[in-house]
Write a protein that binds this ligand. Structure first.
Ligand code: HEC
Ligand code: HEC
Length: 149
């Protein structure tokens, strides 16, 4: 049921031209959503480079302290999707595994006070939805941003 509601929300978003700005990302591939959104949201493919996605997927058995392994066929589909939609790496960037450690992320979030990241409602920079209230719909725009205090 939840999946149906989610896909309707996507259709509504896609049909609203005013919302078509950079901080909004289209609906993710269904397999990616199924396999990679059980512990955290399906981070938009557009927020990491292809070398980063490849490196991350190559280490799913040691994924930030957990095992997130998927079977080989599923893996090929997820990898193809992520790499196809990946962002262009900046020169000299390397294959950083975390969105939250990329230079654009650090720059974009430099006004967030250090204490805010440690609030119980936030806990981790990777907990995007703590502030980006529509993150699960791919929306990281300013209008849906609510930073806990
Ligand atoms: C069993 C739980 C689990 C599954 C399944 C899982 N992850 Fe994760 N993932 C984690 C944890 C835990 C972290 C670290 C979160 C933190 O630092 O707060 C993480 C972090 C990440 C990050 C880095 C976030 C940042 O800090 O920028 C990315 C990217 C990521 N996962 C991608 C994936 C992909 C792709 C898949 C599917 C193949 C996946 N994850 C499946 C548990 C999981
Ligand atoms: C503690 C709150 C907080 C968390 C958690 C957080 N962000 Fe943000 N994010 C912000 C703030 C504040 C801005 C800056 C908004 C501005 O200045 O326009 C921002 C900006 C952004 C932007 C640029 C938006 C635009 O309008 O161009 C993106 C994309 C983004 N964040 C993605 C993420 C992702 C992905 C995660 C999780 C991996 C995340 N954020 C976690 C607070 C947060």
């Amino acid at each position: 049921m939840k999946a149906v509601v989610t896909s309707l929300a996507w259709i509504a978003l896609a049909a609203t031209p005013a919302l078509a700005d950079e901080a909004k990302f289209g609906p993710p591939n269904a397999t990616y959503q199924d396999e990679c959104a059980s512990c955290h949201l399906a981070y938009p493919a557009q927020l990491l480079s292809a070398p980063s996605w490849r490196a991350l997927l190559a280490g799913l058995d040691r994924h930030f302290g957990t095992d997130a392994t998927v079977d080989a066929k599923v893996m090929r589909e997820i990898e193809a999707y992520l790499v196809r939609n990946a962002r262009t790496p900046r020169r000299g960037e390397g294959a950083v595994l975390r969105i939250t450690e990329t230079r654009w992320f650090v720059r974009e979030h430099d006004e967030v006070p250090a204490a805010t990241w440690k609030l119980p409602a936030v806990r981790s920079k990777a907990n995007c939805a703590a502030c980006h209230t529509q993150a699960e719909q791919g929306d990281f725009g300013e209008r849906s941003l609510r930073v806990p205090r």
